[in-house]
Design a protein around this ligand. Structure first.
Ligand code: ADP
Ligand code: ADP
Length: 219
């Protein structure tokens, strides 16, 4: 379970990016966060990923405080951020350095098949379409089996058709491992389709404005 308790981030220029946000996300839940530009969504995810530390408040996964990058938490950004000098398979296997080679290969192969890119292991990132590259980014984040996966506008750069197929790919991976998902999106339809729960953040500072339970079947 992901617990966010009263966090704020005061940037050096004095901006309070979050004004005290609290959230609890159950194991295996999909939480969607929507809100206007500048309300603190990216800051919230960066803090939850341990890429930055809150000025006050705490973030914990099953009781472990997250104040630096941690294997229990993965993150996917709007751009895939693949390493251009590594093959697709090696990009995905990058976080599995401690796993024996045969098992690493096996896990990379399985996740490639699950994202519909079974034959793409030996390709280079530059040979992929935007949608394929983002599939690889999601696979890379999930292959280490984190308890929590954070996604910051993961499909915003994609056209509507590609977006729909990526949503399906994400749900297929989620279904196989049931991590907790937190997805930030400006697309309200996407939030309602993917989320078990949708949280709306207020502008300035980013407190939680309202929470909506969603009772729709997923695609
Ligand atoms: P969102 O993702 O919802 O657009 P952000 O988390 O990017 O919001 O930003 C929240 C607030 O913090 C905004 O007012 C933004 O200008 C400010 N902010 C974000 N990053 C920085 C930074 N590195 N330095 C100063 N202010 C920042
Ligand atoms: P190294 O770079 O250590 O010599 P490899 O070239 O065999 O090892 O591959 C690096 C990692 O990526 C390995 O863990 C392997 O499991 C995985 N890998 C490499 N190529 C593929 C592929 N075509 N399909 C699936 N996994 C692969």
């Amino acid at each position: 379970m992901l617990t966010i308790d009263g966090i704020d981030k005061i940037y050096p220029n004095g901006t309070h990016a979050l004004g005290g946000v609290s959230l609890a996300v159950e194991q295996g839940e999909i939480l969607a966060i929507v809100g206007g530009s500048g309300c603190g969504k990216s800051t919230l995810l960066r803090l939850a990923a341990g890429l930055d530390t809150p000025t006050r408040g705490t973030i914990a996964v099953d009781g472990t405080i997250i104040d630096r990058p941690h294997p229990a938490v993965g993150i996917v950004f709007q751009e895939p951020r693949l390493l251009p000098w590594l093959s697709v398979a090696d990009n995905i296997g990058f976080g599995l350095a401690d796993v024996p080679k045969a098992e690493r290969r096996d896990r990379v192969e399985r996740v490639l098949a699950r994202i519909g890119l079974a034959d793409y292991g030996t390709r280079w990132p530059r040979e992929l379409s935007g949608g394929q590259a983002q599939r690889v980014a999601i696979a890379r984040a999930l292959v280490t089996q984190p308890k929590v996966l954070l996604l910051d506008e993961p499909f915003s750069a994609l056209d509507a058709f590609t977006r729909a197929s990526l949503q399906d790919a994400l749900l297929a991976l989620w279904d196989a491992q049931k991590p907790t998902l937190v997805i930030v999106t400006h697309d309200v339809d996407e939030a309602i389709v993917l989320g078990d729960r949708v949280v709306v953040m207020e502008p300035h500072p980013g407190r939680i404005f309202s929470t909506i339970g969603v009772d729709l079947p997923r695609p």
